[in-house]
Design a protein around this ligand. Structure first.
Ligand code: RNT
Ligand code: ZN
Length: 428
């Protein structure tokens, strides 16, 4: 590494800057104390798959299929449960606020015996459950309906082949049961997020048939009754994937209809829409018709490329809408990306810290004053306040949040990453 980032700003200095910021915000009617408390309390579910490039523990060497792709071969990929848990634990020490951890079915640890995806049981996740208890980090879950011979045709739950369709129905029911066991164990429901890559590379003749089959399969899966309050079912739409450029069965409109009819939550992934389409404005519209939303924060560059999300207008707008809606309790916030070309723990940390920052910024917005101006038709005031808010001393409050949460201040965490890289990752 070249010049080191100067670290170790003293707590005194942070407090000094914070006191000034606190006063500035209070002139806009905002309590920084409350904003810090609220921002830290929002659980952020971290995707385990950034740690190993979505490979999993079934013996695969790389991710294949499903219309998603990791590129890069930065050294240090976690190769088993022990390494992935150790890396995640280290990452958790670098990021402030409440955490959850999201697993995929391919992260089952079945020991010497192989278990088919349709035969997975909660015992295959015993190590994860034990770890989650020890660390007090609740788990979320995902069926893995890709990277498998039964997914090679490009169709799974929407397949015309009933052997294939039934296999994935059994798999997804199994994952709901596992998620439900997580939920019963941890005192908060575990999400089971259903995403299927089904679709067609080129223009299909039949668009409605696969959608009918997907609907029927989902009904079969979701009609299995599980103990109430243990699992949150979500369905994730997509616009296109690699190999499904022309048609995706589980499109936004499909799931919008399905989820509102079925009264389940939808997952909005920021990378799953047209390149200029963002999700912020969808939140309030969808909340009126659905029990809630799961957000996957990702970053597409030109396509759904799953880069590390930056502290972008897109992310900040979405967080503002999440907070402004006053419906946080109906929302689940998660990260979903996988970059194999950079230090994976840094990738996790950057995305997480950005998201926590954007949440803090949303809680710090002088929303009351802005809404007041709007109510009275004083739109120049509304615009002026929105613009003023952008240059309030946000970073002083962010530093204070990190201090409170005992997370590294500023870029201090980079030094720790470099040490971990030298001591652990490079030796793999
Ligand atoms: C893929 C979806 C999905 C996956 C994970 C690995 O485009 O976003 O959420 O990223 O299931
Ligand atoms: Zn996603």
């Amino acid at each position: 590494m070249g010049d080191k980032v100067k670290t170790g700003m003293s707590a005194d200095k942070i407090d000094e800057a914070y006191e000034i910021a606190k006063e500035t915000y209070s002139r806009f009617g905002v309590s920084t104390e409350k904003a810090i408390r609220e921002a830290l309390a929002v659980p952020v579910s971290v995707q385990c798959w950034q740690g190993d490039d979505v490979v999993g523990f079934e013996g695969a060497q790389s991710l294949s299929g499903g219309g998603i792709l990791t590129t890069g071969n930065y050294p240090g990929r976690a190769r088993n449960g022990e390494e992935l848990r150790a890396d995640a634990e280290f990452m958790f020490s670098l990021v402030p606020g409440k955490k959850r951890f999201s697993l995929h079915a391919i992260y089952a640890e079945t020991g010497d015996k192989k278990a088919g995806r349709d035969a997975l049981e909660v015992e295959h996740f015993a190590k994860w459950i034990k770890w989650s208890k020890q660390k007090n980090i609740p788990l979320d879950f995902n069926p893995t309906i890709f990277a498998h011979p039964m997914a090679d045709s490009g169709y799974t739950l929407a397949s015309t082949n009933s052997t294939i369709r039934d296999f994935w129905i059994r798999h997804t029911i199994a994952t709901r049961k596992i998620a439900s066991a997580f939920g019963a164990n941890q005192g908060s429901p575990a999400i089971n997020n259903i995403w299927v890559a089904d679709g067609s590379k080129d223009i299909p003749a039949d668009r409605i048939g696969p959608r009918q089959r997907l609907k029927d399969a989902l009904d079969e899966i979701l009609d299995v009754k599980l103990p109430p309050g243990t699992v949150t079912d979500t369905v994730e739409s997509k616009l296109f994937g690699i190999g499904s450029e022309a048609y995706v069965v589980g499109s936004h409109e499909f799931y919008m209809g399905y989820a509102s009819a079925k009264k389940i939550k939808i997952c909005l992934d920021t990378g799953h829409f047209h390149p200029t389409e963002t999700i912020a404005d969808k939140i309030s519209a969808m909340l009126l018709f659905l029990p809630g939303l799961l957000i996957h924060f990702s970053r597409g560059i030109r396509w759904d490329s799953d880069h590390v999300p930056t502290f972008s207008d897109e992310m900040r707008d979405a967080c503002r809408e999440i907070v402004r809606s006053g419906e946080l309790s109906r929302m689940d916030i998660a990260l979903d990306y996988f970059d194999a070309s950079i230090n994976r723990i840094a990738a996790w940390t950057i995305g997480f810290r950005n998201l926590r920052k954007a949440l803090l910024e949303a809680f710090l917005e002088p929303t009351r004053l802005i809404a007041e101006a709007e109510k009275h038709g004083r739109f120049h005031e509304r615009l002026a306040l929105i613009e003023e808010a952008k240059s309030l001393p946000f970073s002083a409050v962010w530093d204070k949040l990190c201090l409170k949460a005992k997370a590294p201040i500023g870029a201090e965490w980079l030094t720790r990453i470099n040490e971990y890289e030298a001591q652990v990752l490079k030796k793999r």
